[in-house]
Design a protein around this ligand. Structure first.
Ligand code: SF4
Length: 328
C-alpha cells in the first residue's frame, strides 16, 4: 500500500537503515533553513499542535509491520518539518515501542522546542536524539536557519545542555556549514565551547551535497570541513559530507536483491514518498529502498512524464525530488 506518514527506509551514516515517520504531513517547521532538502517551509511556527494524529501514524506503522518488510535498524521521527512540534510526540514514541519493543527510536530535531521543559521530558523516551545547531552567532543563526520569531540560539544551546544531564540515550549533534552563512571563526569557537560542555556522543560536521531551498546556499570546501572537524573533535567523514552514495555503496548487490521480494508492486509509491521528503539519486533510492536500479529508473521515468519530478544536477550526481505541490 502507499503510505502518507511512513517512508523509506533511507540510509543514514549516523544511525543506519532508518524507517522514517513524518509527524507533520506537510512542511511545518520552526525554521526555514536555506539548505532545507524538503523545500521552503509552508507554515513557520513554534506552536505545538496535533498536525497529524498519533493514531493515524501508528495505524500506518502497524500496516507496514504486517506487510512483512525487513526490519530497519531504527525508526526515526522527522519528515517534512520539525517533529517535536507534534504535541502527540509522547503517544507516538510509546506506540512505536509497543509495535516494535526492541527497536530504537531516533528523533531528528532542530532543537528549538527543547527550550520547553515539557518537550525535553518527552524526548527522554527516545533512544537517540539528533539535534542540529548551525550557529551560535545570532545574526548567522537568523540568516541560515530563518527561525520563527523570538528564537534564540543561546537559549537552545542551554536547553540542550540541560537535556544532556537527564537523557540516558545518545545525542548526535550535527553542524551543517554553508559558505558565507555560518563558517566564521566566531561561530567555530562558540561551537567549540558549546560542544565541550554538551559532550554529545558524536558530532558530525557536514556541508550541502544535495540541493537545498536557496540556490545561493553553497557548500564549504573540504579544508574548512577538516578544520571544523578537528576543532570540534567531530566524527570521521560519513553521510552527507562524504558524497551522496556513501550509504548505498555499503550495500552489496546480494543484500539489495534479498529485500526485493513482495515490494515491487509498491515501488512507485515508496519512491515517490521517499523523494518527496529528501532529494536523492537513483542509486541512493535503489540502495535505501532495496529496489533494483532498473525499476527505480522506470519509476523516475514515469514520474517525469507525469510532470511531477524535479531533476537537479549537483557535481556529477543527478538528484530527483518530487515536491508536495506536484502531488495529485
Ligand atoms: S532543515 Fe530541518 S529545521 Fe530546517 S527548515 Fe528544513 S525541516 Fe526545518
Amino acid at each position: 500500500m502507499g503510505y502518507r506518514y511512513v517512508f523509506g527506509p533511507v540510509f543514514s551514516g549516523r544511525i543506519g537503515r532508518s524507517l522514517g515517520l513524518d509527524l507533520l504531513g506537510r512542511r511545518v517547521c520552526s525554521m526555514d533553513c536555506v539548505y532545507c532538502e524538503v523545500g521552503q517551509t509552508d507554515l513557520l511556527t513554534a506552536e505545538r499542535d496535533i498536525y497529524v494524529p498519533a493514531a493515524d501514524i501508528l495505524d500506518e506503522l502497524d500496516k507496514w509491520k504486517h506487510e512483512g518488510h525487513e526490519l530497519p535498524d531504527v525508526i526515526t521521527l522527522g519528515g517534512l518539518g520539525e517533529p517535536t512540534l507534534n504535541v502527540e510526540l509522547p503517544e507516538i514514541i510509546r506506540g512505536i515501542k509497543k509495535l516494535f519493543p526492541s527497536m530504537p527510536v531516533a528523533v531528528l530535531t532542530n532543537a528549538t522546542t527543547m527550550t520547553d521543559p515539557e518537550v525535553r521530558k518527552e524526548l527522554l523516551e527516545a533512544d537517540f536524539v539528533l539535534p542540529s545547531m548551525d550557529s551560535l552567532v545570532a545574526s548567522e543563526f537568523r540568516a541560515i536557519n530563518r527561525p520563527s520569531k523570538g528564537t534564540d540560539p543561546t537559549e537552545i544551546a542551554k536547553a540542550l545542555i540541560e537535556f544532556r544531564k537527564e537523557f540516558s540515550g545518545k545525542i548526535f549533534l550535527e553542524v551543517l556549514l554553508s559558505r558565507g552563512y555560518n563558517d566564521s571563526d566566531e561561530n567555530l569557537f562558540l561551537m567549540k565551547d558549546f560542544s565541550t560542555e554538551l559532550a554529545p556522543d558524536r558530532i558530525d560536521v557536514v556541508t550541502l551535497s544535495r540541493p537545498g531551498t536557496l540556490e545561493k546556499a553553497g557548500p564549504v570546501d573540504s579544508e574548512t570541513i577538516g578544520r571544523w572537524k578537528k576543532v570540534l573533535d567531530a566524527a570521521p567523514c560519513k553521510d552527507r559530507d562524504c558524497g551522496p552514495d556513501t550509504g548505498a555503496k555499503k550495500r552489496s548487490g546480494a543484500d539489495v536483491t534479498a529485500h526485493v521480494q513482495g515490494e515491487h508492486s509498491h515501488a512507485f509509491d515508496r519512491i515517490q514518498a521517499s523523494i518527496m521528503r529528501r532529494p536523492q539519486t537513483a542509486q541512493q533510492l535503489s540502495g535505501a529502498l532495496a529496489i533494483p536500479l532498473e525499476r527505480v529508473e522506470q519509476v523516475l521515468d514515469e514520474l517525469e512524464k507525469s510532470g511531477k519530478l524535479h531533476v537537479r544536477q549537483t557535481g556529477n550526481d543527478i538528484y530527483y525530488d518530487c515536491r508536495l505541490d506536484e502531488e495529485s
